[in-house]
Ligand binder design. Structure first.
Ligand code: FAD
Length: 556
């Protein structure tokens, strides 16, 4: 599939470089995609903005950053050798360990030689005549490739709210998603953390232990379940290592790609004692699995009311002051915002040096040189930490000037919200793919298996194209619209739309609202996409015409 030798001198003369595939991003998705393309014998490169590989785990170095899906499951399955040689030290590995793992993957599979770091892709334009993508970077390079893969991450486009006066602030400020590599010493400092999503919940207990005073500025209280994290039991590690095939099968058989056996009936159907016992067992197990204690918790209002009541009472028991506990208790359905997994989060509010500031009661007005002005008064601080999250799922895709057939911009195609066939491809954008794009289960599941599933599926598609002489593949408009309708329909049968979440795009001012991920679960999703593949990639237009590439160059 490599371009013909005859093409190369002309393109080099024009300052371009030729690839079969360009991958944007070198996190879990970009690394595996690059490996897969190499396996297929393609000439591929990955381009990454950061100065190292790892994606999320390169950027997010704030205190307490760790995965909230158990590491045994939050890891690649594609290489038996990799699985056998890696030992996780904790049930939920901390950021440095996950970053080491991803660096190990880059070395082990010799990926670095095809990764260009410290470079952002700024534009990618499709040229119909040559059926190639012209890709531009912030260093002024112009590259060309047949396939273009956005592995830019669902949670990589950081959001620092546009607060008036930030430029006047005399102290230091940080976003959790771009944390300094050398760390931040909060000793003796007065600190404000703005935001109580997952990053806030992970960092607040540790910042509180170091800082002289900590103000937590909360807009929406969160549900968080204790992680009960601790060192990995060597026996569990050994057993899993020897039985990875079974373990990975359990992941495939689970609704969110996490090994767990749920009940076979809804929570509201259970008798109260049994239900309480099931919730209690899930609580003791800890973490994200609370949402799976019964299969209908996010679908059925009655069942959700039961689990919400159970978790609220657990939260309130962790906070000494009843009125504070009230302010920290969420009012939306359990799980409708990304469920957080914590270590000592709620207990942190029992400390003397920690103050909760409810932005619902006293809204933030502006940043001032000495701190933060709220309607309830000024907070004098030396450091502000923005734990304000990301423009999720579409932010990194739309940050690049992507233009498809006839120059249509992705920003225009998605002006009314993202429409994508299966979360992988967009009509009008041939040979372009999005790993865990909007319309796929992605952030509603364990993301590493979700990434592997997309990459494997794409690998099979590219093999099919090669074996059958197809040059281009493009999602068709009708199936794409049908898929978007299906994503909406399933979302509206859940309780997700009832919360102001980033799943809905509600954390970014001006963003079009709509539930972005596919909420039907990873089992259903996999069955659908595999069936589509088995039917010769129905819903995709596959074209075998020979593009004008060679002809064009013969005449240059
Ligand atoms: C703090 C945190 C904790 C998380 N914990 C979990 C967890 O426990 N379980 C789970 O399932 N998921 C978790 N996630 C989601 C996590 O993002 C995914 O699990 C996974 O790491 C995504 O990998 P990725 O390769 O798709 O994207 P990323 O890891 O985000 O990598 C994308 C890369 O693309 C680069 N990039 C973007 N745009 C450009 C551009 N234009 N040019 C060049 N490079 C570009 C970025 O710099 C980034 O390095 C977490 C996310 C965060 C932020």
């Amino acid at each position: 599939m490599t371009s013909t030798q005859q093409d190369v001198p002309c393109r080099e003369a024009r300052g371009e470089t030729e690839f079969d595939a360009i991958v944007v991003g070198a996190g879990f998705a970009g690394l595996y995609m690059l490996h897969k393309l190499r396996e297929l014998g393609m000439k591929a490169t990955a381009i990454e903005r950061a100065d190292g590989v790892g994606g999320t785990w390169h950027w997010n170095r704030y205190p307490g950053c760790r995965c909230d899906i158990e590491s045994l499951a939050y890891s690649y399955s594609f290489s038996e050798e990799l699985q056998r040689e890696w030992t996780w030290t904790h049930r939920y590995a901390a950021q440095p360990e996950i970053l080491s793992y991803l660096n190990h993957v880059a070395d082990r599979f010799d990926l670095r030689k095809d990764i260009q770091l410290s470079t952002s892709v700024t534009a990618a334009h499709y040229d119909d005549a040559s059926a190639t993508w012209a890709v531009e970077t912030d260093s002024g390079e112009r590259l060309r490739s047949r396939f273009f893969v956005m592995a830019t991450g669902c949670l990589s486009d950081r959001q620092v709210p546009n607060f008036a006066g930030l430029e006047s602030f005399r102290g230091d400020w940080y976003h959790t998603g771009a944390w300094p590599h050398e760390g931040v010493d909060f000793t003796g400092k007065r600190v404000a953390v703005i935001g109580t999503g997952s990053s806030g919940i992970q960092s607040i207990p540790l910042i509180a232990k170091q800082a002289e005073r900590l103000y937590v500025l909360q807009r929406t209280p969160q549900f968080a379940i204790p992680a009960w994290n601790g060192p990995m039991d060597p026996e569990v590690m050994r057993h899993t290592r020897e039985n990875y095939a079974d373990y990975r099968q359990k992941i495939l058989d689970s609704f969110v790609a996490v090994p767990f056996e749920t009940q076979d009936h809804g929570a509201h159907e259970a008798d109260p004692q049994t239900r309480e016992a099931v919730f209690e067992a899930a609580w003791k197990d800890g973490g994200y699995l609370m949402l799976l204690a019964y299969p209908d918790l996010i679908f059925d209002e009655r069942s959700n009311a039961h689990v919400s009541a159970f978790v609220k009472q657990k939260i309130q028991a962790r906070i000494d002051d009843a009125s504070l506990a009230e302010k920290l208790t969420p009012s939306y359905p359990f799980g409708a915002k990304r469920l957080c997994v914590d270590t000592d989060y709620f207990e942190t509010y029992n400390r003397d040096n920690v103050t909760l500031v409810s932005l619902r009661e006293t809204p933030l007005q502006e940043i001032i040189p000495g701190g933060i002005r709220t309607s309830g008064g000024d907070l004098d601080v030396d450091v502000i930490v923005f734990a304000t999250g990301f423009d999720a799922m579409t932010g990194a895709l739309l940050a690049v000037d992507i233009r498809g057939r006839n120059g249509i911009a992705l920003r225009d195609a998605w002006a009314a919200g993202p429409k994508s066939y299966l979360g992988i491809a967009v009509s009008g954008f041939p040979n372009m793919f999005t790993i865990t794009g909007p319309g796929s289960p992605s952030v509603l599941s364990n993301m590493v298996p979700a990434i592997e599933q997309h990459v494997d599926w794409l690998g099979a598609l590219l093999t099919y194209m090669r074996d059958n002489g197809f040059e281009t593949v493009e999602a068709e408009r009708e199936p794409e619209l049908d898929w978007a309708a299906r994503v909406d329909e399933i979302a509206s049968a859940t309780l997700y739309p009832r919360a102001d979440s980033w799943y809905m795009g509600r954390n970014v001012p001006g963003k079009v609202e709509g539930f972005m991920p596919f909420a039907g679960g990873t089992i259903m999703y996999r069955e659908i996409v595999e069936d589509i593949a088995a039917r010769g990639y129905s819903g995709f237009a596959l074209d075998s015409r020979t593009p004008a590439r060679t002809v064009e160059h013969a005449t240059v």
